[in-house]
Design a protein around this ligand. Structure first.
Ligand SMILES: [Zn+2]
Length: 313
């Protein structure tokens, strides 16, 4: 038997590593204790976790900036180079970055990839179909659920850089306290809107987890994936719904063209009712880097304040 030649210690280490971080594609990760870890993150929400938990141990490059739609995002040549040069790649997963996942697959075992949202247990995910894309990927709008992604980042960084485990644990714990406070804030604000007014209408179905966590009804013109076209029938049906329920406001999204929301507003007006655009929400991308809305906590705070301001009025 050839594997008797493998050192038992190395074999055990490999088995433990596989058991501990089963989602990391590669069999063995390099030890990066002595260098700044070069990380590529896909969305801003994922990059924010890595920056916060990684602290000065990591250098993070986020591929998708403000206003970028991850569903349709294609890697540029420069991105492929960044991905190839990174020590590790964190992405959201659950088929959010559909086109990028194909690039990851092509690059195979030469890169280490971690889909942070796929740590979320299957029974806590919202099912929207079958096969690839079976689960709604917009998990970050349930703040408590998104904290599982923080655990995924923390555990992976400790795995590849165990010397600095204390720092990762401390920063992750401090961030989890902030997220718990954020979750309470969103829940309180959401509850301040009378129940019959808790209807959130947006360009695409990015807010199903938000709805489930904070007791809202949500309706999107497009489904969970912006790559599918909105039908004229969808807009007419939603317009009827808005008039019937006297919904005061609908919302555009920073990473989706406002075209369909404007068409919906027109369709409602043609029925003799005026629905306002209640503001712009950050759905699949954060705000500009360097601003409060350019952080996960900032985007979530902006969204709930905008929603409550428009619907509770
Ligand atoms: Zn989306």
């Amino acid at each position: 038997m050839s594997f008797t030649r493998i050192s038992p210690v190395a074999l055990l280490a490999a088995i433990l590593l596989l058991a501990a971080c089963g989602r990391v594609q590669e069999k063995s990760l390099p030890d990066l204790s002595d260098q700044t870890i070069q990380i590529v993150a896909t969305t801003g929400m994922v990059g924010d976790i890595v920056s916060v938990v990684g602290g000065d141990r990591v250098s993070v490059t986020t591929l998708m900036g403000a206003g970028v739609d991850p569903h349709t995002y294609k890697a540029s040549e420069g991105d492929v180079e960044k991905i190839g040069n990174a020590d590790i790649i964190f992405y959201s997963g659950l088929h959010l970055e559909a086109k990028l996942a194909e690039v990851f697959e092509k690059m195979g075992e030469s890169i280490f990839t971690v889909p942070v949202a796929e740590r979320i247990p299957v029974d806590q995910r919202i099912v929207v179909g079958t096969g690839v894309g079976a689960y709604d990927p917009h998990v970050w709008f349930d703040v408590e659920l998104w904290s599982i992604a923080v655990e995924s980042v923390r555990d992976t960084l400790i795995e590849i850089d165990p010397t600095h485990a204390d720092g990762y644990n401390e920063r992750a714990d401090a961030y989890q306290i902030e997220l718990t406070a954020l979750d309470s804030y969103v829940a309180e604000q959401a509850a301040s809107v009378p129940e019959e007014q808790r209807v959130l209408i947006t360009a695409h179905d990015a807010f199903n987890y938000f709805a489930r966590a904070y007791n809202f009804q949500v309706l999107g013109i497009q489904g969970v994936n912006t790559a599918t076209e909105a039908g004229a029938g969808d807009i007419q049906n939603l317009a009827d719904f808005i008039v019937e329920h006297q919904i005061p406001a609908i919302f555009v999204e920073s990473s989706v063209s406002p075209r369909t929301i404007e068409a919906l507003q027109e369709a409602v007006r043609s029925r003799g009712f005026d629905v306002r655009v209640g503001g712009s929400l950050f759905s699949d991308a954060m705000g500009d880097a360097g601003t409060f809305e350019g952080t996960y906590i900032g985007m979530v705070t902006h969204n709930i304040d905008t929603i409550v301001g428009a619907l509770a009025a």
